[in-house]
Design a protein around this ligand. Sequence first.
Ligand code: SF4
Length: 456
Amino acid sequence: MFPSDYLIQKYQQNVPRYTSYPPANYFCEQSIATYKQAIVESNATAPNHISIYIHIPFCSQLCWYCGCNSTGFTNRTAITEYLQNLHTEIRNTIQLLDTQRKISQIHFGGGTPSLLTKKELYDILSLFSSHFSFTNTAEIAIECNPANLTFAYIDELASIGFNRISLGVQDFDKNVLTTVHREIPNIPIPKMALYIQSKNIALNFDFIYGLPLQTSESFAKTIEKAITCNPDRIVTFSYAHMPSLKPLQKKIDTYAMVTGKEKLKILYTTHNQIVDAGYISIGFDHFAKPQDELARALHEKKLHRNFQGYCTRESTGQVYAFGSSGITQLSHSFFQNNKNYTEYNKAIQENGFATTMGHIRSHNELLINTMIEMILCNNIIDWKTVATHCNLSPDYVQEFFSFSEIKVAELLADGLLQKESYGFSVTKTGAFFSRNIAAAFDPVLVTSNKLFSSSI
Ligand code: SF4
């Protein structure tokens, strides 16, 4: 059910996206020695599989809405120098890893990793394949900007083992793309999609809603077109307007920008369109086909969430990140590399690693993380499951979260939560406000002065 004006007004608050707990803006300085020790310890931590994230920060043109760590493409020399340092970082980390462990995933993100040549990508993949074996279902994925993608490049990706491509479509409306300084693809995306699928490569479409000129009607046309392309997964990201953190966003025409109720209407319409087309909704704004591993994990209540989005614990394991701004995500800690690529280069040349920030999670933070993940991934609050996962008693868990009682009573009264024998479930209306519900179980947020994006 579409939320009332009262609920929209009340819950349009700035809250974390909770891609991690605690959120990345709580990270503090970490030494390389601590990072190396955590890497060694992670060899004996479950889940055991190795997941690799490679960050390529360069883009041929900067989109004004961008919230990623990206930099305007300078020249091939800058890319070559960066890749040399990336190789050094990977080699140094591999020395600390147990090479008996298997790789379950390699993900190239950015920036625009599709700016790399076949040889550049192959050389990075070879660093891993020469030391590790892969699981049978290992995923080798890359984020591609449709504007600089060609059929020949797709052939090259297939020939070196890529089996998933995420296309940053953002919107099919050229006026929307132009107004936010996004390059227009030369090859029509439906043609590109067909070609990718003909190579047996899984296809993701990424969209962004909340941009200038978008309306629920115009975005519905975009989604209609997306559905006809039959991608395996569709993600509709909410645009987070935070110009104080992302100065390029100051160029966005905020008068033409869709917000509040209209923005929520886009999400609502999109959600219904994609679900009606047979996709399973994963955390409300991600969608996957029923046979997809994410849909199966949702069904088995084993869905998991990290900085790359929704995933499963088995396929993701421990995430080791490389490149500027990359965040290594281990069961008990996070470590982030220097965000600036020139400083990253310098740090690697001087120290062999570029760790600057991070966080070692306490037992209580792991407990809060489990609770928040359960809400955002599985739409339930199940005391017993949280307790089992954290090796605690359900009574202890309920007592620990007693600080949230007043907020939970309010969420129940507003119809966002519903009482169940095991705890609570998130209602259909509540799903629009799942970040607000998660925030009710975050004791630190109450005293926080950090900047977060709007929940709508
Ligand atoms: S949205 Fe993608 S292509 Fe555009 S600047 Fe950001 S990372 Fe680069």
